[in-house]
Design a protein around this ligand. Structure first.
Ligand code: FNR
Length: 193
């Protein structure tokens, strides 16, 4: 089973990018094929409907294709001001519109519909970005994702990783393993329908 993993941060030393890399290792340990997507590799402008009307930018199409071609996703979101960052919202807003004029897909495909998504977060604060998750969850459900009931928040993230980026605390390892196992379990069953 392929699983797409991405962080809502492009910061060099981002805790959420570390969490995404740790998630990819856990997913591989569980027999999945992880794809780590870096938002920094995509030139996604600030959303403007006029821009979209002139033609979806090539990197947005690439991003939508990456989302659409994976039945299972893990999102690692930072928390900004009690919510998720604008970077993530902007990418999601661009990707959420039905596909138009793309040679690979039929018009009207919704890249988020029926994807199984595991929501995770990391923050230097004690709550680990839980408040970001409380805003991200309704957004994903609104886009018709199947949100895994398990989620995980890595608190005190400055002390959560070793020098190789592995999660140090057993509760974080177990929490991430549980989210990923649940996403893979559900995505396999949805795909079998
Ligand atoms: C933050 N940060 C933050 N942390 C938190 O736990 N709750 C919050 O509400 C906020 N708010 C916030 C607003 C803004 C504008 C910034 C820039 C930062 C701190 C944030 O968790 C920290 O910068 C993380 O390191 C960001 O995630 P990455 O980039 O390390 O993945």
């Amino acid at each position: 089973m392929e699983i797409l993993i991405f962080a809502g941060s492009t910061r060099q030393d981002s805790y959420n990018r570390k969490l995404a890399r740790a998630a990819a290792e856990i997913a591989a340990d569980q027999g999945a094929q992880p794809t780590l997507l870096e938002l920094a590799d995509y030139d996604i402008p600030l959303y403007n409907a006029d821009l979209e009307a002139r033609g979806t930018p090539p990197d947005v199409i690439r991003f939508k294709q990456a989302l659409h071609s994976h039945a299972a996703w893990i999102i690692c979101s930072p928390e900004y001001n009690g919510s998720y960052p604008a970077l993530l919202k902007n990418a999601i807003d661009w990707a959420s519109s039905p596909v138009k004029g793309d040679a690979q897909w039929a018009d009207g495909v919704l890249p988020f519909r029926n994807k199984v998504v595991g929501m995770t977060s990391a923050s230097p604060g004690a709550l680990g970005g839980l408040r970001a998750q409380s805003h991200l969850a309704p957004l994903l459900l609104n886009l018709e994702c199947w949100l895994a009931p398990r989620s995980h928040a890595v608190g005190l993230a400055a002390e959560a990783f070793d020098g190789q980026g592995h999660l140090l605390r057993p509760q974080d390892q177990k929490g991430m393993q549980a989210v990923i196992a649940q996403v893979l379990w559900a995505a396999q069953r949805l795909q079998a329908q």
